[in-house]
Design a protein around this ligand. Sequence first.
Ligand code: SAH
Length: 377
Amino acid sequence: MTSAETPLAAKLKDRIRRAGPIGVDDYMQACLHDPEHGYYRHRPAIGAAGDFVTAPEISQVFGELIGLWCAVAWREMGAPANLNLVELGPGRGTLMRDALRAARIVPGFRAALAVHLVESNATLRSAQAATLADCGVPLEFHDDVVEALNGRTRVGDGATLVVANEFLDTLPIVQIAYRDGRWRDRVVIVDEASDDLAFDVDRNDEGWEHGRTHGLVPPDLIPQEGDIFELSKHSTTLATMLGARQSHGPICALLVDYGHAKSGFGDTLQGVAGQQHVSPFHAPGDTDLSAQVDFQRLAEACRRAGLAVETTLPQAELLGRLGIVERASRLMAANPARAAEIEAGVARLIQPSGMGSRFLALGVRSEGVAPLPGFDR
Ligand code: SAH
């Protein structure tokens, strides 16, 4: 399929022909959030029948362990009588449903909760409301992260726990490319020969190399011709917002996503459609686009924002420390008819060559809070 086939491709080509090349971040923003044609506006398809399957959709154990993690973290915050539990990008609401159910065993935890769901997509907000209709705790929706954490309509003051799974990878990134001995913006153009969207670099000498890359590419990384480096301004903003939120009370956050623990060069922008990897230019607006999370940069941004940062762990290691094997065994014993399915789901979450190592978990907290469960060794 070529990019000519979607209305968003036509709209973007028209925009580029009129106003010039657009940055990779603008391209990603349009593909995901264009008000008429963006992927998350009209067809977010999460789950077995959709475009991509996430950990909570693979196994209920994922959300359950995160629920228990939240309850233990709450205790370590001193078991405050009121706790804001904020989830960023809750998808179908599956993680939160499983988390709240599992956390019933911790006395007092649920009674302290106000759950806040930060979701930009109206269809998914309805799905989340339906999934959580009987959850028994107060729910509130927000459509913007910055507003939810620190804006005028922010979640109430007091202790706050933030969880996010596969949220950061959807945030638009900037790419810079090392060409002719300098960093330049990577941009999206219309290739006049093929009439398709294509990548190019911005030849404008006012680009990144004029001091703007200073401190952006870590000094220990020495670029070669053609190298690409990715920057997520939105992740940095999120880190700043988590830090700033501390003026309203202590905070802990658990951020799980696929990515790399150390910053490096590479182009990680990918399209996913029908559970297959496709070109980022495949059917714009009908394809999910994401990029790997640079956990080193994210951790540094959190530290700069005044938060304590735990060592980033592979998903398999965190889930192992939180007792995934024991929990799966108990669940299998209680549901013998579903034992094989439960075992297969859990195996997929911790598979060493798959999700277990490709997904990483970052834990951050206010300095006054004890080290976070699972990270605290
Ligand atoms: N956490 C879920 C869904 C992951 S998909 C799961 O693990 O299954 C990404 C989610 O983030 C979707 O719910 C999407 O609509 C939401 N999202 C993407 N960009 C967003 C933004 N800028 N603000 C709020 N929500 C966003």
